[in-house]
Design a protein around this ligand. Structure first.
Ligand code: ADP
Ligand code: MG
Length: 258
């Protein structure tokens, strides 16, 4: 476990030069058995660059959520390997995996999943509390400041807008400085303007805080914030676009019938 939560200095290195944060090799995830087997992931190999914002796109049912869950150690795989940094998480037992999930992964869900009785501040700090780790006040300030939540910290989720609640969820994912933040359609429950503000925040987390972010989105404009877009179809990686723009993504998605 890392003991220092101090942010690294801003790294101006070009995209992709900081190594690999997460790697999948021959990933297969099958549900059911016999003739009713669904191969939600059908042999995916991919390396996600450290400090990059990677968008995952594809039609509904193409395996996006399954991929995120497998990469984050939230679900088991049928075949293949997942490496988080240098550690193969598919080789870990339950206890070690729990620790990896707690310390090295941040996950933002479509439904914000905040605890209703805790304030915004308490929700953000919860992962540290659960891990028995101390809060780095400077890092907390930086997260809260970049999320624009400074004047909302004492509010409970019911007193916050959807966009504010999702920003709290992102703060909760960032507070441990995880190896990777995974966000599965985090703007799905937000209007498009609030959604785009939130994506700009994830973009900044990547650019300014050197945070690796993997983001599932249906929105080509949103994915235009990304360094890279991975396109899934029927559990396979069918396209891999570097610095995609919205028009290119829209075209690629339309070819997939999304
Ligand atoms: P996406 O996030 O791209 O919409 P999912 O990863 O949720 O797609 O699902 C991929 C495929 O796996 C779909 O066919 C879905 O029905 C199937 N699937 C997902 N979870 C389960 C499950 N728990 N049991 C059975 N099938 C599942
Ligand atoms: Mg999904």
């Amino acid at each position: 476990m890392r003991t220092s939560l101090a942010p690294e200095p801003p790294a101006p290195a070009p995209a992709g030069s900081r190594g690999v944060a997460v790697r999948a090799l021959g990933l297969v995830k099958a549900y059911g058995s016999g003739s009713t087997t669904v191969r939600a992931l059908d042999g995916i190999s991919v390396a996600i660059g450290r400090g990059q914002l990677t968008a995952v796109m594809g039609p509904s049912g193409s395996g996006k959520s399954t991929l995120m869950h497998c990469l984050a150690g939230l679900d088991t795989v049928t075949e293949g390997q997942v490496f988080l940094g240098h550690q193969e998480i598919t080789a870990l037992g339950d206890r070690e995996l729990t620790r990896v999930r707690r310390d090295q992964v941040g996950f933002v869900f479509q439904a914000f999943n905040l605890l209703p009785t805790l304030t915004a501040e308490q929700n953000i700090l919860l992962p540290l509390e659960l891990a028995g780790r101390r809060v780095d006040p400077a890092w907390f300030e930086e997260c809260v400041g970049s999320l624009g939540l400074g004047d909302r910290l004492t509010h409970r989720p019911s007193e916050l807008s959807g966009g504010q609640q999702q920003r709290v969820a992102i703060g909760r994912a960032l507070i441990t400085r995880p190896e990777v933040v995974f966000a599965d359609e985090p703007t799905g429950a937000l209007d498009s303007r609030t959604g785009h503000q939130l994506l700009a925040l994830l973009r900044r987390a990547s650019t300014e805080l050197s945070q690796t972010v993997v983001l599932v989105t249906h929105d080509p404009v949103a994915a235009g914030y990304a360094d890279r877009a991975l396109l899934l179809s029927d559990g396979r990686l069918v396209d891999d676009l570097d610095r995609p723009d919205a028009a290119a993504l829209l075209g690629a998605l339309q070819r997939l019938g999304d």
